[in-house]
Design a protein around this ligand. Structure first.
Ligand code: NI
Length: 165
């Protein structure tokens, strides 16, 4: 396994729209292993392939306390969503920035699992927030884009100074 480099906002590669995964093969399994190691090392509760500059529809999530409940979602889609919730979000691509975002409270998601089998499930609360946040990455969207343009400009400046990019 290997720790992958995480792209930092406002890297333009974060705006790439990911393509569906046609076959869940050994290459994808290697990517899953490396992304899992990267996410746990960071540490973070979610990671989208986009963030490691791989533009395929794959996200990993683990919101468990003991970090032993890795959820792998391949080609994830939100089928239904309802309600609203506010949550203070962070992102491994925007280190040190935490801002409130409003998202759906409950969602139904369809995806392929680690073995390429289709499945569907419902999520709410923090899990629903994480899934929506990670699916946004696959669509080329970073959570700060939900904020006012003034706030986004401030965050961009802060990141550029901090990362000297
Ligand atoms: Ni993120």
């Amino acid at each position: 396994m290997a720790i992958l480099k995480i792209l930092n906002y406002p890297d333009p590669r974060l705006y790439t729209v990911a393509k569906p995964i046609a076959a869940v093969d050994s290459k994808i399994h290697r990517l899953i292993d490396n992304m899992a190691e990267t996410m746990y090392a960071a540490p973070g509760v979610g990671l989208a392939a986009t963030q490691v500059d791989v533009h395929q529809q794959l996200i990993l999530i683990d919101i468990s306390e003991d970090k032993r409940n890795l959820q792998v979602l391949i080609n994830p889609k939100i089928i239904t969503s309802s309600g609203k919730q506010d949550y203070e979000e962070g992102c491994l691509s925007v280190p040190g920035i935490y801002e409130q975002v409003t998202r759906a409270e409950k969602i139904t998601v369809s995806a392929l699992n680690h073995d390429g089998k289709p499945f569907e499930f419902e999520a709410e609360g923090l899990l629903a927030v994480c899934i929506q946040h990670e699916i946004d990455h696959l669509l080329g969207k970073v959570f700060v884009e939900y904020l006012s343009s003034l706030k986004q400009a401030r965050i961009k400046n802060k990141m550029k100074k901090r990362l000297r990019i």
